[in-house]
Design a protein around this ligand. Structure first.
Ligand SMILES: C[S@@+](CC[C@H](N)C(=O)[O-])C[C@H]1O[C@@H](n2cnc3c(N)ncnc32)[C@H](O)[C@@H]1O
Length: 238
């Protein structure tokens, strides 16, 4: 815990990029400026924010383990801007991040994996209430479910990796996703400073040649795989 506080403070002081300053690639500049810092003015639907607040007051899990409205809205903007062919989520919880992801592209298939049956059931109810699109919750062990889903993953996907926060499974899952990815896939990893193991996984993944851009926002990390981008590692105060 103390280690995370220390890392958070040093991240606040030693971030290197704010609002796109000092970034030369137009694509990365657009991503940071318009999507991360929302100069594009993309608004998260009020119903999604309302459901998030309602679920927060009902379930302690949301306050402890779900994305915040700030990070949920970032997921929404990434999907809204990128319009992937498929969305894959590892770690549904009770569905908070799922509703942000799905509402960014309501007609895009979304597959989400959750190992805890009670949470998966609550998530399914939430999704029925607010996501009219093709959303499927896959209840079961991450590794097994991922193996089943990978063959149907198109090259142009967005994946949100938010389950099993340990070094080894994280590296294995992201490796499998990177191997399936085409030119443009985007992978968002949550809780990259959750533990020393997660930070080690984040740094190792960022060093892979297929990962062209890594953006360290402290609570999350974003990986862009576009082959025409120059290798860039950004530490951003978000
Ligand atoms: C941090 S929570 C997800 C929160 C959710 N993404 C959100 O923001 O609302 C992580 C979830 O991953 C699930 N999980 C962790 N390890 C798993 C595994 N090996 N197999 C399946 N699910 C797993 C947990 O049950 C937990 O609900």
């Amino acid at each position: 815990m103390l280690w995370r506080v220390f890392k958070y403070i040093s991240h606040q002081f030693f971030f290197r990029h704010r609002k796109g300053h000092g970034i030369h690639s137009p694509y990365i500049f657009e991503f940071v400026n318009q999507i991360l810092f929302n100069s594009a003015g993309i608004e998260t639907p009020a119903e999604i924010l309302g459901e998030h607040r309602r679920m927060s007051s009902e379930y302690v899990f949301v306050r402890r383990a779900s994305v915040s409205t700030r990070y949920g809205s970032l997921l929404y903007r990434i999907i809204y801007w990128f319009q992937p062919d498929m969305i894959l989520e590892l770690g549904t919880g009770i569905g908070i991040s799922t509703i942000y992801l799905s509402s960014g592209a309501p007609d895009t298939p979304l597959h989400s994996i959750e190992g805890n049956m009670e949470r998966a059931t609550i998530a399914a109810q939430l999704i029925c209430r607010c996501c009219p699109g093709p959303v499927s919750i896959h209840w079961g062990e991450m590794e097994k479910k991922l193996e089943e889903l990978l063959p149907m993953l198109p090259p142009r996907f967005v994946a949100f990796v938010d389950g099993n926060h340990h070094y080894e499974p994280t590296v294995v899952y992201v490796r499998e996703l990177v191997d399936r990815a085409g030119d443009e896939a985007i992978i968002v990893m949550d809780d990259i400073y959750w533990s020393r193991g997660m930070l080690r996984a984040w740094k190792e993944i960022g060093s892979w040649p297929e990962v062209k851009v890594s953006m360290d926002l402290f609570h999350s990390g974003i990986l862009l795989l576009r082959k025409d981008l120059q290798k860039t590692d950004l530490k951003i105060k978000f």
